[in-house]
Design a protein around this ligand. Structure first.
Ligand SMILES: Cc1cc2nc3c(=O)[nH]c(=O)nc-3n(C[C@H](O)[C@H](O)[C@H](O)COP(=O)(O)OP(=O)(O)OC[C@H]3O[C@@H](n4cnc5c(N)ncnc54)[C@H](O)[C@@H]3O)c2cc1C
Length: 258
């Protein structure tokens, strides 16, 4: 599934699958040592909900296809440009294609937005909101934070973000600047494999105690919690929140696998 993919074939496939559409990659950036951000336009780029994702389909010359979901990292925007952030999974079929083979201007088949259900945030939703992201699981939460900023919402948001190291923090400077400027945006970043101690960053795994102390230090109990990351991460965080007395309908989860 690597070098034999013929991206030029993509528009032909559309004739039998009207939901899919080709889009040209406008920008590719290495945003952390293991994550690349891809930007492209979609007709609904101004009208999706933060938390939604995009379905990608790669088709090889022999007709073999691979489909994967990637969450949208950006907020809805009049430019209709969206960004996804793909973490490289060693041995992974699609993420290694995005990292090693995809080039600027290539056409990709996409459809979306996918997932308009409970794992989405809109400015009219009641707060406070608690977001908990592990690794690339922070991506849909980033879209929520960005959407809140873009519309000037004052809904209290707390983002608890577990990354491996300081260099692995997605949108690090943007998040730190946003939290510094906004008394209603609280940021708790914990680094699981960092050796350098820096003010403002916790070192170590995201434990029940960290979640509990954040909950108790927050303005008031969250109305809704969004958790995203690997299966194990989401399972642990959901358990912690339920043990803290949150109701099951208040805890919304998305699992990236792993
Ligand atoms: C709703 C949703 C949103 C998502 N959003 C994002 C996002 O924003 N960013 C992001 O990076 N990911 C996201 N994901 C995950 C993404 O869809 C892919 O699952 C991920 O990129 C891995 O795909 P892959 O093709 O590279 O790996 P796959 O080929 O699917 O393999 C996954 C892992 O399994 C291992 N593996 C594969 N085959 C075998 C085998 N035979 N034996 C042992 N191990 C094997 C691989 O080494 C790899 O580590 C999301 C998932 C969902 C469901």
């Amino acid at each position: 599934m690597e070098s034999d993919i013929k991206l030029a074939d993509v528009p032909i496939l559309l004739q039998s699958a009207p939901l899919w559409m080709p889009t040209a990659i406008k920008e590719v950036r290495q945003v952390t040592p293991t994550i690349k951000a891809l930007r492209f336009d979609v007709p609904w780029g101004d009208a999706f909900r933060a938390g939604q994702c995009i379905d990608f389909r790669l088709t090889a010359a022999d007709g073999y296809t691979a489909q994967r979901y990637y969450s949208i990292a950006t907020a809805p925007d009049a430019s209709k440009t969206v960004e996804v952030m793909v973490e490289r999974q060693e041995g992974g079929e699609v993420s290694t294609f995005f990292h090693d083979i995809l080039e600027l201007g290539d056409l990709l088949e996409v459809r979306g937005p996918i997932g308009g259900g409970p794992f989405t945030w809109q400015p009219s939703d009641p707060g406070p909101i608690l977001l908990i992201g592990g690794g690339s699981g922070v991506v849909p939460l980033l879209s929520m934070v960005r959407h809140r900023q873009a519309v000037g919402s004052h809904t209290p948001f707390t983002l608890i973000y577990s990354a491996k190291t300081h260099d692995d923090i997605l949108a690090r400077e943007e998040l730190l600047a946003a939290a510094a400027d906004d008394p209603h945006l609280q940021l708790v970043i914990t680094l699981t494999r960092e050796s350098v101690i820096r003010p403002g960053f916790r070192i170590g795994r995201l434990t029940k105690e960290v979640v509990r102390s954040t909950l108790r230090g927050a303005w008031s109990r969250p109305e809704t919690c969004f958790i995203c990351g690997s299966n194990a991460f989401v399972g642990d965080m959901s358990d912690y929140l339920l043990e803290e007395g949150l109701e099951i309908h208040q805890v919304r989860t998305e699992r990236f696998g792993g």
